[in-house]
Design a protein around this ligand. Structure first.
Ligand SMILES: NC(=O)c1ccc[n+]([C@@H]2O[C@H](COP(=O)([O-])OP(=O)(O)OC[C@H]3O[C@@H](n4cnc5c(N)ncnc54)[C@H](OP(=O)(O)O)[C@@H]3O)[C@@H](O)[C@H]2O)c1
Length: 281
């Protein structure tokens, strides 16, 4: 039973294609691209953004009256604010925003690099904040809107070699929780995505780590869009990795660190064995 002032219980708004446009960041490849196409199948018109104009235009060419490219760098706050206003003026009100643009630089595994950490945070956290600011303005003024932030299961626990990426994703989980609690009672539905491995250009870079239960981007997009349509704050999958991550989180630190180190060592061993098989080494 919702209590007065219970912003979580009031987060009941679920966007529908008739309510307006879907806005997807990081739509030039991977999960963002696949999710834009899945939203198209579910009846939305979609405004897509990322830096690579050509990739956005070829996505838009698959459905010219339904997918609209708005190239922008999410680290440029002014460009992002202008993009949101242009979408609202030319395509329609943004009912659903999927803030998905993000990066992982494999070099973080091997060195503590100040510039790399700052860049990762500038895109993953700063870029999301730059999108949130204009979206909150227009959605709060309307008294409704749905925003889903793509974090990662990597944000749940510290991971060896995960200083930049993991900490940026932990920040996004915390931010999404705070946003949900702050704006839920003002008509805003905020969700967080904490998912495991998805086969994309980002994970194609991964050579040192066997990715358990990795799924294709199209399959992930279906689960993500189902999550947009359902109740609930978190969209977490696959359930096995989500459960393991949450279990690790409640363990006392010595046990948590032991479990995580063992899992990561196992994934590294499997990756090395796969490389040996491929190279005949
Ligand atoms: N794949 C996985 O296993 C996995 C797991 C958990 C979470 N995630 C998260 O899922 C999201 C999507 O990743 P992905 O796996 O689909 O990788 P991806 O194919 O590399 O997609 C990343 C997207 O982010 C965009 N992007 C990066 N920097 C940007 C910037 N400064 N401004 C605007 N757009 C920018 C890229 O477009 P441009 O290069 O054209 O700008 C691209 O469209 C990321 O947030 C990632 O952390 C992925």
């Amino acid at each position: 039973m919702p209590c007065p002032g219970d912003s979580y219980a009031q987060m009941s708004y679920r966007a529908k294609p008739d309510d307006g446009v879907a806005f997807v960041t990081g739509a030039s490849s991977g999960i963002g691209r696949a999710t834009a196409l899945e939203l198209l199948r579910r009846g939305y018109r979609i405004a897509v953004t990322a830096r690579r104009k050509g990739a956005l235009e070829s996505l838009a060419a698959t459905a010219p009256e339904k997918i609209f490219p708005f190239p922008a760098d999410v680290t440029d706050a002014t460009a992002v604010a202008e993009t949101v206003l242009r979408i609202e003026e030319t395509i329609g009100p943004i009912a659903l925003a999927f803030l998905n643009a993000g990066v992982f630089f494999p070099a973080e595994r091997t060195r503590f690099d100040v510039a790399l950490i700052a860049r990762t945070h500038a895109i993953n956290v700063g870029g999301t904040v730059n999108c949130l600011a204009p979206l909150l303005d227009v959605m709060l003024a309307r008294g409704r809107g749905q925003i889903a932030i793509n974090a990662s299961l990597a944000g749940y626990n510290g991971l060896p070699g995960g200083v930049a990426y993991g900490s940026s994703k932990a920040a996004l989980i915390h931010m999404a929780e705070s946003l949900a609690l702050t704006y839920g009672e003002r008509g805003l539905r905020v969700q967080v995505l904490c998912h495991g491995f998805v086969h994309t250009p980002m994970t194609d870079q991964e050579k040192d780590f066997a990715m358990a239960l990795c799924i294709e981007a199209d399959a992930a997009a279906k689960i993500i869009c189902d999550g947009f349509e359902k109740r609930g704050f978190e969209i977490a999958f696959p359930w096995q990795l989500a459960a393991l991550s949450k279990f690790a989180r409640i363990l006392p630190y010595p046990l948590r660190f032991r479990l995580i180190s063992a899992l990561v060592r196992d994934a590294e061993r499997k990756a090395a064995a796969n490389t040996d098989v491929r190279t005949g080494g």
